[in-house]
Design a protein around this ligand. Structure first.
Ligand SMILES: [Zn+2]
Length: 294
């Protein structure tokens, strides 16, 4: 049997990292462009981040976004809790070094509040995703206790200690997380199993600092079509060598979806993946397939 690659479209719904437009219809229109692309090119399968941040604690749990989340789930997608604690922070609360992710008590509250807010809408989070690929045992403990069993914060090879991102020893295909995978001495033995879906990586070093996602990753905004197809081919090749189905995510952002350069790149990249051994799945489906032996 030929091995294949299951991929999850990993959608970051941040409104805009620079201008953070307060205009809901503008943001929602970009979400709808993204949904149409994923519907048409990936069967509606993927993970869509619901952003919570110091600037927007409740914004995305309210109208007009609530109907959108219901439609997304109905179409076959999953939802991810996405606290952006540093990037979407009021200027006076911005840290000159370090990260708010370090504050375990703060993150416990952010996670618990987010889970409750979505439950009020009659929906549940399947997935968790931090900004900057950060992850700590404390955050893992909090969101698994809150019922979230899949994490998509992982990007193998990334090392940004200041932001608590250390995936230097992470596997390149989906796996169940242990303390060693987080690159920290802390034990995760007291938490339940956590399914980790990493961003697709070529496995090759890159000429930018390894704290950043770049042309060696499956990422729509910080790469280009040719590089994305090269990374994809490397992942397919890895699956053939290992004789094992690979599970990775393809990270993309909604804030670019009013720009045809990015939306066309996304469509072409998804089509390339599907044409070349790829099968789009939701995070929950990815876990079921993994558990079932693929
Ligand atoms: Zn984000």
């Amino acid at each position: 049997m030929t091995s294949k690659v299951l991929f999850v479209v990993n959608i970051d719904g941040d409104p805009d990292p620079e201008t953070t437009p307060p205009n809901n219809p503008v943001v929602l229109e970009k979400y709808q462009v993204m949904k149409r692309i994923v519907d048409d090119h990936a069967g509606g399968k993927g993970s869509f981040c619901v952003q919570t941040s110091p600037m927007y604690r409740t914004r995305f749990f309210e109208s007009p976004f609530t109907d959108f989340w219901h439609a997304w789930v109905k179409g076959g997608g999953d939802l991810a809790l996405h606290p952006e604690e540093d990037l979407y922070c009021q200027p006076e609360a911005r840290l000159s070094t370090g990260t708010h992710y370090e504050d375990a008590e703060r993150m416990r509250n952010v996670i618990a509040d987010g889970v409750i807010a979505l439950a009020r809408l009659g929906l549940t989070f399947a997935v968790y995703k931090n900004g900057y690929q950060a992850q700590t045992p404390a955050m893992v403990r909090h969101f698994t206790e809150a019922g979230i069993g899949i994490d998509m914060s992982c990007a193998p090879g990334i090392f940004w200690p200041e932001k608590l991102a250390d995936w230097r020893s992470a596997p390149l295909s989906a796996f169940y997380l242990s303390g060693d995978d987080l690159g920290e001495a802390n034990s995760l033995q007291d938490i339940g199993p956590l399914f980790e879906i990493p961003v697709g990586w070529s496995g090759l070093p890159s000429d930018t600092a390894n704290r950043l996602l770049n042309t060696q990753y499956l990422v729509n905004e910080f790469s280009d079509y040719e590089a994305i197809t090269r990374v994809w081919d490397a992942i397919v090749h890895r699956g053939e060598l290992e004789q094992r189905t690979q599970i990775v995510s393809f990270l993309c952002h909604t804030y670019t979806m009013a720009d045809a350069t990015y939306s066309d790149r996304l469509k072409r990249s998804l089509d390339y993946m599907v044409r070349n051994g790829g099968e789009p799945v939701s995070p929950r489906e990815a876990q079921l397939r993994f558990d079932g032996g693929l």
